[in-house]
Design a protein around this ligand. Sequence first.
Ligand code: CTP
Ligand code: MG
Length: 240
Amino acid sequence: DTINGAVTFDHVSFQYPDTQAAVLHDISFETKPGATVAIMGATGAGKTSLVGLIPRLYEQNTGVVKIDGKDITTLNTEYLRDAIGYVPQEIILFTGTIQDNIAWGKEDATLDEIIEAAKLAQIHDTIISFPMGYDTMLGQKGVNLSGGQKQRLTIARALVRKPGILLLDDSTSALDIRTEATLLQALRDVACTTFLITQKISSTLHADLILLLEDGSLLAQGSHEELLENCVLYQRIYES
Ligand code: CTP
Ligand code: MG
């Protein structure tokens, strides 16, 4: 039931059913299990679309996506959904306790599992600082969380399933550099392959692989050092 989290894109192109132009063109890359993959690129470059192909939210038109060497179209959706944690760009929290918000979608999660996920997401200390701890109410009658706290809560929600792959769509934008680095290291320690869509160079510094998208094409891929040496656009982002 567990996966190692090696992900391969092999000449993948994709176009939404209701649009004329392809949004991803001939994307190829591969990641090792447990790797940190940063995805950068301007708004509309195709970052959200790319990660959406991994849990098969959409189906590519050409090419193959593989997890641990297996074509994902041959895998059962239930299995994929369990193996992949997805934190969408739009945060959704509901009126209810922190515990219920983290367990959303996995209602059989035990409190221990919820706490473990919250620790990994670097939000446990904040939660226990509230008088009601995990029973703290969110929403109109409850506490108001900061943007970064909301982001970490939704990351905890994804981690409660102990996924082998985690997709973070701009989910660390409100975190300070140190908290983000601690989070990424914690995910590395549990060998969770992490795709991190980001606009911040601070998040790409320690990534094993950076994918730089431009207009749906993979303009460059490599480590921070490699892109700094070979990619003019990356240099420009770095210097800005
Ligand atoms: N798109 C589309 N239909 C959708 C979603 C997106 O046609 N349901 C198009 C967008 O108009 C855009 C392209 O697909 O031209 C890529 O969109 P997306 O992957 O969402 O881009 P991101 O890089 O994620 O942009 P952002 O940074 O703004 O989130
Ligand atoms: Mg997006």
